[in-house]
Design a protein around this ligand. Structure first.
Ligand code: B12
Ligand code: SF4
Length: 437
């Protein structure tokens, strides 16, 4: 039986921070679950622990020298060790709190995740959102959280608990962002996932960096299953790629890049050598990454493919699939902005109306209408039909999802009238080009 924490007085946040440090954290802060800065994340936190009242953000610093080494085996070793360490710290802290009569749990820093939801949200808690809300840092241009002192080379964890916090000393978002817009992370990324204007190209990063993970692995496995012979498979996927998969399965999945984190000079403990010799920093940390000859994984016809061909012609291009096939029309519509390729949308100035019939809703089948506008390299997706369309598409939901998963050809879908376009038909393939999967 648990003791009744409701009767106990609110806990001082500093007490929890001390416990987190004793458990091994390099920094920590707590924030109530109903803090406005947590936004919708509160729902996900309460889904894990309905009694949750607070979250403790845990920060662990990594060895920057190890991350900065161009050899990715060194960086991956550091990611794996630091990841295990943060899981152990969060587990230890949660156990201490449980022994004191509270409820506490520690979601994974990375994997395992709720992969049955793939490609929708599979993580239990967004550690970045918690860390930012608790004042542990802000997301930089590269979209990782930068700690004001430790910099970018940190991993994050979260402990969820039913402890009521004394408001005095709870974490609040930092006033300034440690990212000072040096933009070194932009050229460091081989697939152009980080735009100088702050946009983050999710599918570019995922397809390359996570080649041995999740959808990348599924694509590799399908390549194996669909090959006529061993030789045909070897032609499709050279032997070093099978060895990479073996290594990832044996020793923990390995990232292909993470260079954005490696080159970042932000953070009090990191910045001095950069400010002292900016050119020297570039030569030491950016140049070897740029010059590295390494396979780069891209979606065919993506902005990433064009970027590698233009910026890094010495890096061999490997055209693969991300296997981010949506499983529902809601997932398709929500995922459009993650998959959108501004470069491929050049020249398109159009409004699309979609009507999906036979969608599985909570109370039976239903129809979903949506308007998609693509203009000036930007995308706007809205529910319902707005304005006059240049192309209107009515589609059976199951057929549309099967088409996106390459299980049904568009020709067959058109011939069977499961997909019925009306208007400027040339816009249909143009639309497809903007969203390679
Ligand atoms: C999803 C995820 C990814 C995705 C998306 C990256 C991203 N910027 O969010 C991919 C697979 C590309 C990725 C890559 C990496 N990741 Co990661 N990742 C996560 C994860 C599981 C959730 C991130 C999250 O909170 N997203 C939602 C919001 C808060 O973040 P966002 O930036 O606004 O959202 C972007 C994407 O997540 C995506 N997105 C938003 N909503 C949704 C919904 C769905 C369904 C999907 C699929 C995507 C998606 O679009 C947004 C912008 O394009 C966390 C672990 C966790 N449980 O929190 C680690 C985490 C963010 N990753 C981490 C790391 C270290 C990395 C890598 C460096 C890995 C590596 N070693 O190479 C790279 C860096 C890439 C980069 N520049 O961001 C660390 C970051 C630490 C820090 N200092 O901030 C975390 C916190 C893990 C940890 N416990 O420390 N990651
Ligand atoms: S490398 Fe420069 S621009 Fe990129 S996140 Fe770090 S400080 Fe910001």
């Amino acid at each position: 039986m648990k003791s009744n924490p409701v009767t106990s007085p609110p806990t001082r946040p500093s007490e929890l921070v001390d416990l987190a440090r004793e458990a091994g954290a390099d920094d920590a802060a707590c924030v109530p679950v109903d803090a406005p800065s947590l936004g919708e994340e509160a729902e996900h936190i309460r889904a894990l622990l309905p009694e949750a009242k607070s979250v403790i953000s845990i920060v662990v610093a990594m060895n920057r020298e190890q991350l900065n080494a161009p050899a990715r085996s060194l960086a991956n070793l550091e990611f794996h060790h630091a990841g295990e360490e943060i899981n152990a710290i969060c587990r230890r802290l949660a156990l201490v709190l449980c022994k004191r009569g509270h409820r506490a749990l520690a979601p994974a820093m990375g994997f395992p995740m709720e992969v049955q939801h793939f490609p929708d949200r599979i993580w239990s808690v967004a550690h970045k959102t918690v860390a930012v809300a608790a004042g542990m840092g802000h997301m930089g241009l590269h979209r990782s959280v930068i700690h004001p002192k430790l910099g970018s080379s940190i991993l994050l964890g979260t402990v969820v608990t039913d402890i009521e916090l004394d408001p005095d000393g709870v974490g609040v978002p930092l006033e300034g962002n440690p990212c000072f817009q040096c933009k070194l992370c932009v050229p460091a990324c081989p697939v152009g996932a980080i735009s100088p204007d702050g946009a983050f190209h999710f599918t570019a990063c995922l397809t390359h960096n996570y080649r041995d993970f999740m959808g990348g692995f599924a694509d590799w496995a399908e390549g194996l299953a669909s090959s006529r012979s061993a030789l045909a498979f070897r032609r499709k996927s050279p032997t070093h790629e099978q060895v990479s998969i073996w290594q990832s399965l044996s020793f923990g999945a390995n990232y292909k890049a993470a260079y954005c984190m490696a080159v970042c000079p932000a953070g009090e403990d990191v910045i001095s050598p950069f400010l002292g010799d900016k050119r020297g920093w570039r030569d030491r940390y950016l140049r070897p990454i740029e010059q590295r000859v390494e396979p780069v994984y891209v979606l065919p016809g993506s902005d990433a493919e064009a970027h590698v061909a233009k910026r890094y012609p010495h890096k061999p291009l490997r055209r693969v699939s991300s296997h981010l096939h949506p499983r529902s029309i809601g997932g398709f519509l929500d995922g459009l902005d993650l998959a959108f390729q501004p470069g491929q949308s050049r020249g398109i100035d159009a409004r699309f109306h979609f009507r999906f019939t036979g969608c599985t809703g909570t109370d039976g089948t239903e129809t979903i209408d949506a308007t998609v506008e693509i203009r000036d390299g930007a995308l706007v997706v809205q529910r319902g039909h707005l304005g006059d369309p240049d192309l209107a598409v009515t589609a059976d939901a199951r057929t549309w999802l099967a088409f996106l998963a390459k299980e049904v050809s568009i020709l067959r879908a058109l011939l069977t009238r499961k997909v019925r376009p009306r208007g400027r038909l040339s816009l249909l393939p143009a639309f497809g080009r903007c969203f390679p999967l």
